[in-house]
Write a protein that binds this ligand. Structure first.
Ligand code: UDX
Length: 426
């Protein structure tokens, strides 16, 4: 099938590369010409394991092309997927500017019967705005559908090829059939539903994950207060198949481009009367984790003024260079305000912070980072931090203090070695 993908951000590039791999003829379209020039050379402007290779393979097989011209690309496509960003406005509401701009830009060049699919995460019934926008400018008949994505950064290719479900939100049988054919070769259950349900269920999934994580954060704090252990509690909770163990890991906070934004925007969209503060509480609980991390720092080393603190991991989670809403930013800002000297290392995400925080000493690896430190804080659970040579770490540090912000390390072992250890809920 011939498809155009508008927006070459995270979702756009992954989707384009995967559909090209499945044999479709794919154009990635973006108005950012610099990004397009990079992609044409097979360079992905962000880090996602395996994506560079998949893009290069698509380019080589001529199944994947990138460009910035709506008039050149749109008339060739049978299906157009809108994958542009939906950032939050100042009040937390979703900004639909890019989605509607894409709709306006593609409308004049549509061939008859093209299916325009909204893939960006948008509030329910946005598809009607998209339809109205296109209709005001298009001269041929077209269809609008909604196929939300559920990919998780760091394992986006696997998630796109083998998702838990493919949601097809459409109300026309021909369109449904076309989208089912488009997704042949992709795993997962098919959920065929109305466009409104598709948009709502996508939001609901992200918001539910946020609820679940924040619940784990609350439980972790209660464990600390009442002498329980979060790992044991989660094992017992998660054994109930209705609950499940996933997304119940406590830590310094949830970040990324989706959960924090979607929770805010869902709250503003749904309205206070319906939600009764449920999602505001999730936001507050998430904010609280930074305060809790700082409290743990204070408990171990007292006032931060003049102390050297080593931060391991900066990305909002492992296996990505994404720093959007990353807890590391909040932590760095507050520790600097308190007068700490910071050393930091992340395998992928340092470049993005250098401009905002030039006063941080960026290091080349975990051992250089902990040199002379009074305390190390683990912020992101990268695999390479899992099995550190702890004797070496202890030798290098000035004081053996650890705040394990992702419960990655073994408390008992570290305490036996003479470290003072603070985790979350342990
Ligand atoms: C999320 C959804 O999981 C995905 O389905 C959706 O399509 C996009 O948003 P992503 O943003 O990649 O994916 O990250 P996710 O793995 O969900 O983690 C979000 C944040 O929560 C991270 O900062 C992570 O560290 C944190 N988290 C996650 C926890 O603190 N505890 C957990 O148990 C899980």
């Amino acid at each position: 099938m011939k498809i155009a993908i508008i927006g070459t951000g995270y979702v756009g590039v992954v989707t384009a590369a995967v559909f090209a791999k499945l044999g479709h003829q794919v154009w990635g379209l973006d108005i950012d010409e610099k990004k397009i020039a990079q992609l044409q050379q097979g360079q992905v402007p962000f880090f996602e394991p395996g994506l560079d290779d998949l893009v290069q393979e698509g380019l080589k097989r001529k199944k994947l092309q990138f460009g910035s011209s709506y008039p050149k690309i749109v008339p060739q496509a049978e299906v157009i997927l809108i994958c542009v960003g939906t950032p939050p406005k100042d009040d937390g509401e979703t900004d639909l500017t890019f989605v509607l701009e894409a709709a306006r830009s593609l409308a004049p060049y549509l061939q008859a019967g093209t299916v325009v699919v909204v893939k960006s995460t948008v509030p329910p019934n946005t598809h009607q705005q998209v339809r109205k926008t296109i209709a005001s400018l298009a001269s041929r008949p077209f269809f609008v559908a909604v196929c939300p994505e559920f990919l998780v950064e760091g394992k986006a290719i696997k998630d796109t090829l083998k998702p838990s479900r493919v949601v097809i939100g459409a109300d026309n049988p021909e369109v449904i059939e076309k989208l089912l054919v488009l997704h042949q070769g992709i795993g997962g259950k098919r959920i065929v539903c109305s466009p409104s349900s598709a948009q709502l269920l996508k939001y609901a999934a992200n918001v539910f994950l946020g609820l679940k994580i924040s619940f784990a954060y609350v439980m972790a704090e209660l464990c600390e207060r009442y002498g329980a252990d979060i790992d044991e509690v989660v094992a017992g909770l998660g054994a109930d198949p209705r609950i499940g163990e996933g997304h119940l890991r406590p830590g310094v906070g949830m970040g990324g481009s989706c959960l924090p934004k979607d929770i805010k925007s869902f709250d503003r969209w749904a309205g206070a009367e319906v939600t009764q503060g449920l999602f505001r509480a999730v936001e507050a609980i998430n904010e609280r984790q930074i305060e809790r991390a700082l409290q743990k720092v204070g408990d171990l080393i007292g006032p931060c003024q003049g102390k050297t603190i080593a931060l391991l991991g900066l990305a909002f989670k492992a296996n990505t260079d994404d720093l959007r809403e990353a807890p590391s930013r909040k932590l760095i800002r507050q520790l600097l305000e308190q007068g700490a000297k910071l050393r930091a290392y992340d395998p992928q995400a340092m470049e993005g912070l250098k401009k905002d925080f030039p006063e941080v000493r960026y290091c080349t690896g975990p051992y250089e980072t902990v040199e002379g430190a009074d305390l190390v804080v683990l912020v992101t659970e990268w695999n390479e931090f899992k099995n550190l040579d702890w004797k070496r770490v202890k030798r290098l540090m000035k004081e053996a203090n650890i705040v394990d912000g992702r419960n990655l390390w073994k408390r008992e072992m570290l305490e036996e070695m003479g470290f003072k250890y603070e985790g979350f809920g342990r």
